[in-house]
Write a protein that binds this ligand. Sequence first.
Ligand code: G3H
Ligand code: CA
Length: 267
Amino acid sequence: QKEKAKNEHFAIGAFNVCNIETLKAVTQAAVKLQTPVILEASDREINYFGIKELSAVVNVLREDLNIPLILNLDHGKDFEMCKRAVEAGFDYIHFDGSALPLEENIKITQEVVKLAHKHGLPVEGEMDHIQGSSEDHTKEDPTKYQLAGKYTDPEAAYGFVKKTGIDVFAAFIGNLHGTFATSEKLDFDVFRKLTTILPNTYFSLHGGSGISADQIKKAVEMGIVKVNVNTDMRIVFKNVLQKTLNESNEIAFYKLARPAISAVQGV
Ligand code: G3H
Ligand code: CA
């Protein structure tokens, strides 16, 4: 799918699913649009859902829905978590060692690549920590978060990719986790240099929530094949569920959850 995305200039949406409700919302939206979709979960989201449970439910959905579903470990924090995801049947492994010293990040990424490639799975690596957090930052200016980080240096990224053997590179070009008062402004000059120096590497765009549609489109045209989205779904899920609970005397959760599911589907 990532090769097709690159050649045909589209990206696959990667949406965080931490419960059955968001999983329903994302897969139903993908069925409506007849598009492949990446279902992703971070360590904590996986621990909430259950790693075997998540994988099993996705397998059931795969049989029922006629679209490609790709199950992605999102920001796996250590080798052990990546190994658990491989063993549980995930399709795509993102190891995020960006909080570690570079040499340690490279060493663990190499180990993850060795293991995942043995199972035919692609690996995404992260060198420069993508700033922010998947929370509601709508009262905050994105600039201070962008300045707190180190934008990806193309030469250093080249070294990282060559040493680790990763398939997909999670670049930091101003994209932030979370939704802010204004759209994050992406640095397309840095991104152009990255795609030039690494023509055979795939690139993801984390922090998709809150980035303007025109910038996402431009990034995709320039070579992004995966756009990660979490916060915008979290915000509407919470707000719509809260409103429903406040306004209803209903006690059946499957009825109370429906409006929140369709709001997440909208995102
Ligand atoms: O991997 C997760 C995404 O990068 C989430 O970013 O919360 O800004 O949508 P977001
Ligand atoms: Ca964002």
